[in-house]
Design a protein around this ligand. Structure first.
Ligand SMILES: Cc1cc2nc3c(=O)[nH]c(=O)nc-3n(C[C@H](O)[C@H](O)[C@H](O)COP(=O)(O)OP(=O)(O)OC[C@H]3O[C@@H](n4cnc5c(N)ncnc54)[C@H](O)[C@@H]3O)c2cc1C
Length: 283
C-alpha cells in the first residue's frame, strides 16, 4: 500500500516511468521549456550477464530515440550497471558500445560516480574514453581525494560533473561535516573555472549554484547546471530564464527503490524532499 503510493508519487515526480518512451517523453517536456535532459536507467551493482546486457541495450535504445546532434539530450551511465561489478574489461567494452553509438549522433555521455571503493576502477574506465572528448565523469566533493583526481584528469582533457556525493562513506576517505563538503565543492569549482574547459555544476544548493554563477561571470565562462528531476524544477526554470544552460537528470526504469531511498537519506533536508514530492513543480 505504502510502496504503491510512493511509487505513484515518485514515478510522477522524480522518475520518468518504467520505459525509454517515458524517459524521452519527460525529456521533451523539459526541452520545450529550454531545459536539457540527462537520461539515467535505474539499476546498479548488476552481476547477471542478462541484466548487464539489458542495461547496456537500454542506453543504446535511448540513444536511438534521440535525434542526431541534439545538444539538449545526454545519457548518464552507472559503471556497475554495465559490468564493473563483474570486471573492468566488461564495463569498458559496454561503455565503448554506448559511447560509439552516442558519438555517431554527436551526443554526450556521462559516467556516474558510485561508492568510494570503485573510484580507481571508474577513473580507469573513464580514461578508456577520455580522449574522445565526448564523455564526462561525475566527481564528488565529499571525498578527500577528489581535487587531486580532478587535477590529474584535467591535464588529460577531463570533463566533469561536480556533485557533493550520495553514498555513506567512512571519514577516512570522506569529509563528514557539511561545511567541509561545501568548502571542498567551492575549492573544486574554483579549480575547474581556472583550469578546465567545460564542466557541469550539479547541485540543488543555492549557495553552490550561485557561487558558480558568480565565478562564471568572473571567468567569462559558460558552464552547465543540473539538478535531479523533481527536486527543484522551479529553480532550474529560473536559471534557464537567467540564460544558463540547464539540465534535468531524469531517472527511468523499474528499479526505483534504491534511488528513492538514497534521495530520502540525504542528510538534513528530508522535509524539503517530502515537500518537493508533494508540492514541487512537476514538469
Ligand atoms: C545532476 C545530478 C547528478 C548526480 N549524480 C551523482 C552521481 O553520479 N554520484 C553521486 O554520488 N551523486 C550524484 N548526485 C547526487 C549528489 O551527490 C547529492 O547527493 C545531491 O545532489 C544532494 O546534494 P546537493 O548538492 O543538492 O546539496 P544538499 O547539501 O543535499 O542540499 C543543500 C541545500 O539545497 C537546498 N535544497 C535541496 N533540496 C531542496 C528542495 N527539494 N527544495 C528546496 N531546497 C532544496 C536546501 O537549501 C539544502 O539545504 C547527483 C546530483 C545531481 C543534481
Amino acid at each position: 500500500m505504502l510502496s504503491g503510493f510512493m511509487e505513484k508519487r515518485l514515478a510522477g515526480k522524480w522518475i520518468a516511468g518504467p520505459t525509454v518512451d517515458d524517459a524521452i517523453t519527460r525529456g521533451k517536456k523539459f526541452k520545450a521549456l529550454g531545459i536539457g535532459a540527462i537520461f539515467n536507467f535505474l539499476g546498479e551493482a548488476l552481476t547477471s550477464s542478462e541484466e548487464i546486457e539489458e542495461a547496456t541495450n537500454t542506453y543504446l535504445n535511448v540513444i536511438k530515440a534521440i535525434e542526431p546532434e541534439d545538444k539538449m539530450f545526454q545519457v548518464s551511465v552507472k559503471p556497475t550497471q554495465i559490468g564493473l561489478s563483474v570486471s573492468l574489461d566488461l564495463a569498458k567494452k559496454n561503455l565503448d558500445r554506448i559511447v560509439k553509438a552516442a558519438m555517431e549522433k554527436h551526443l554526450f555521455t556521462w559516467i556516474d560516480m558510485e561508492e568510494s571503493q570503485l573510484i580507481d576502477s571508474t577513473i580507469e574506465l573513464y580514461r578508456s574514453q577520455i580522449e574522445t572528448g565526448s564523455v564526462g565523469l561525475c566527481v564528488q566533493s565529499y571525498l578527500r581525494r577528489t581535487l587531486d583526481d580532478v587535477k590529474a584528469l584535467s591535464k588529460e582533457g577531463g570533463i566533469f560533473r561536480l556533485v557533493k556525493g550520495a553514498y555513506t562513506e567512512d571519514e577516512k576517505v570522506a569529509f563528514k561535516a557539511k561545511s567541509e563538503i561545501n568548502k571542498s565543492y567551492i575549492d573544486i569549482l574554483e579549480y575547474m573555472f581556472e583550469n578546465t574547459k567545460m564542466f557541469m555544476v550539479a547541485s540543488h544548493d543555492e549557495i553552490m549554484v550561485e557561487k558558480a554563477a558568480e565565478l562564471a561571470e568572473k571567468y567569462h565562462k559558460d558552464v552547465w547546471y543540473a539538478m535531479l528531476n523533481g527536486i527543484r524544477n522551479q529553480y532550474l526554470l529560473d536559471l534557464q530564464k537567467r540564460g544558463k544552460q540547464v539540465f534535468a537528470y531524469i531517472p527511468f526504469g523499474k528499479k526505483w527503490i534504491q534511488y528513492s531511498v538514497r534521495r530520502m537519506q540525504e542528510a538534513g533536508h528530508m522535509s524539503l524532499l517530502m515537500k518537493s514530492m508533494l508540492h514541487g513543480k512537476k514538469i
